[in-house]
Design a protein around this ligand. Sequence first.
Ligand SMILES: *Cc1c(COP(=O)(O)O)cnc(C)c1O
Length: 225
Amino acid sequence: MIDLRSDTVTLPTPAMREAIARAELGDDVYGEDPSVNRLEAMAASMMGKEAALLVPSGTMGNLAAMLTHCARGTKAIVGADSHTNLYEAGGASALGGIVLTAIANTDDGELDTGELARELGTPADDHFAPPSLVVIENTHNRCGGAPIKLSHMAEVSAAARRRKVPLHLDGARIFNAALALETTPKEIASHADTVSFCLSKGLGCPIGSLLCGSREFIARAHRTR
Ligand SMILES: *Cc1c(COP(=O)(O)O)cnc(C)c1O
């Protein structure tokens, strides 16, 4: 039997268990765990970012990203069908005072660009929560695991940049997206300021996700973690 409930039910192979048992360890908060350091360097390089931070889960990767990008009382613009909106227990609001602002997803997982423009165009008026982040998901879990086209990523990225709003990519399954789009994770992530991805989805790792971004951002995310 192959268990198809979720790609998270994959288990480590014997070779992985052996590598875990033999791993060199150290204190990660002091930056002294050589295995974590190597993993973070590898992740940053694969995503084309300066630095990376290991976190226990994808939810925590997205949460650390939102808490680091967004001040309290500001808006994180997310897809209505996104993992961030539906499956992360409202953590950004509960822990960060962030206004999760859901805009429509199209059937193929893209963000509705009209609604995005409207939210990004929130007037600079003290009545309104100002937008501080856009979150895009690739592949899109709730929309059939759809890979999101690079042209759409570029369009969303340009719209956010025009408003000086950063873009976070929930790339839980970015390697699936790269295969489906016949490109590299780095190319997909190049459209976003920060990206998180899971090691626990189809890759056999029991837990673990990485948040990647600039050195300065990751230093702040380390404190958030
Ligand atoms: C699984 C998933 C996450 C969160 O990962 P966990 O490790 O389960 O917390 C985030 N985003 C998407 C799109 C996912 O599918």
